[in-house]
Design a protein around this ligand. Structure first.
Ligand code: SAM
Length: 224
């Protein structure tokens, strides 16, 4: 039966893909990719060559209907993003919702995403957590941080190296400089590192060691 698969791809180490992900990517009629040039390079590594269509945040509103039509006509499609799980701070949600509305089967494979290794590696409680993705850059930023001041669960944020210091400073203001946190950089890559400590310590550390690469910030929830 034709359906939409959401297929997670590695966040850094090309060995981090499942057998089933490779099998499905190699057998679908169409691969929908956030960046088709990036996808060609990735798929080549696994000896996969399929028809590619672009599906990214600038066209996802317009491409969802035609993609659903293709699947309903009997084609099988797989959505991938540049890295990790589609729909997690990446395009995917709109297409999944549209497929569900139209009665098209959707199957999401388990696989890589930056948030879970960062959470587990932080050493902070992982039994309850909330994923906040990227904080708003300007509008709504202060409001969001204020709303999280009393959050009791461990919080996970995606961040760019250019904004990390500002974010750690603002988090220290909102959550207190003594709140425990961790910063994971370049997960599964050569220069992977996790630095753990208070928000105050982490701000000092990255002021003295300007960060590079991809970053996940994990912050302890408010203790009673
Ligand atoms: N879909 C992806 C996922 O499932 O994790 C997230 C895509 S989002 C556009 C990219 C952000 O994820 C980066 O800015 C960074 O915050 C985080 N990220 C992705 N890969 C990472 C890695 N190898 N190490 C640390 N953070 C990473």
């Amino acid at each position: 039966m034709s359906k939409l698969f959401l297929v997670p791809t590695p966040i850094g180490n090309l060995k981090d893909i499942t057998y089933r992900a490779v099998e499905i990517l190699g057998s679908v009629d169409i691969i929908l990719a956030e960046d088709t040039r990036h996808a060609v390079r990735l798929l080549k590594h696994y000896n996969i060559s399929r028809k590619l269509l672009s599906h990214h945040k600038f066209n996802e509103h317009h491409s969802a209907d035609p993609v659903c039509d293709l699947i309903r006509s009997g084609k099988t499609a797989a959505l991938i993003s540049d890295a990790g799980t589609p729909g997690i701070s990446d395009p995917g949600f709109l297409l999944v919702r549209k497929c569900i509305e139209k009665g098209i089967p959707v199957e999401t494979l388990p696989g890589p995403s930056a948030l879970i290794p960062a959470l587990v590696n932080s050493g902070l409680p992982s039994d309850r957590f909330c994923f906040e993705g990227f904080l708003p850059v300007r509008k709504g930023r202060r409001k969001k941080l204020t709303s999280l001041e009393t959050e009791p669960r461990t919080m996970i944020f995606y961040e760019s190296p250019y904004r990390l210091l500002k974010t750690l400073g603002e988090m220290a203001e909102h959550f207190g400089p003594e709140r425990q946190a961790s910063v994971s950089r370049e997960l599964s890559k050569i220069f992977e590192e996790t630095i753990r400590g208070t928000l105050g310590f982490l701000a000092d550390h990255f002021r003295n060691n300007p960060p590079k690469g991809e970053i996940v910030v994990v912050v302890s929830g408010k203790k009673n």
